[in-house]
Design a protein around this ligand. Structure first.
Ligand code: CTP
Length: 156
């Protein structure tokens, strides 16, 4: 008997690609044969007042190269999900628990699951760390790097 391959879809920004993103994509691949990832465009993000560090063209290329991902598409609007699910014959819609309950209306079209997030990391956190680092005066940063270099040499 031939069983039909399962298809799963997820949506996200994937800015400053990190271990939380990788864990999620790996989990998706363990749940289905085909993993489809919709990466949000810069225009769509701007509409949500979200400014990314990494532009769309690079974010989608990075996600495309992840071995757990079979197909990437752009996410251009909130409304496209139903159309995507039908067009790509999707069995499961999956997304992190930060969206819990928000996409239950898709249950009419496929299974909907909310997955545990990896704790302690997010693009927002990384952006904040970068901002803090950039706010340190240049000469103080150089002094700190000198101290770190001395410590590193001492450890050799
Ligand atoms: N995700 C996750 N664990 C994390 C961060 C993200 O499982 N620590 C999941 C999200 O739940 C989502 C997907 O990765 O399903 C893409 O999330 P995205 O919003 O791009 O990542 P965040 O790091 O949460 O970004 P932001 O801080 O801008 O919300």
């Amino acid at each position: 008997m031939i069983t039909r391959q399962k298809r799963i879809i997820t949506y996200g920004t994937f800015d400053m690609f990190h271990i939380g993103h990788l864990n999620l994509l790996k989990r998706l691949k363990s749940m289905a044969d085909t993993v489809i990832v919709a990466v949000s465009t810069d225009e769509f993000n701007l509409g949500k007042n979200k400014k990314t560090i990494i532009p769309f063209e690079q974010r989608i290329k990075i996600v495309e190269c992840i071995k757990y991902v079979d197909m990437v598409i752009p996410e251009k609007s909130w409304e496209q999900k139903v159309e995507d699910i039908k067009k790509y014959d999707v069995d499961i819609f999956a997304i992190g628990k930060d969206w819990e309950g928000k996409f239950d209306f898709l249950k009419e079209y496929c299974e909907v699951v909310y997955l545990d997030r990896t704790s302690g990391i997010s693009s927002t956190k990384l952006k904040k760390s970068l901002k803090t680092l950039l706010s340190i005066p240049h000469d103080e940063l150089l002094k700190a790097f000198d101290i770190l270099e001395t410590l590193r040499k001492d450890l050799e």
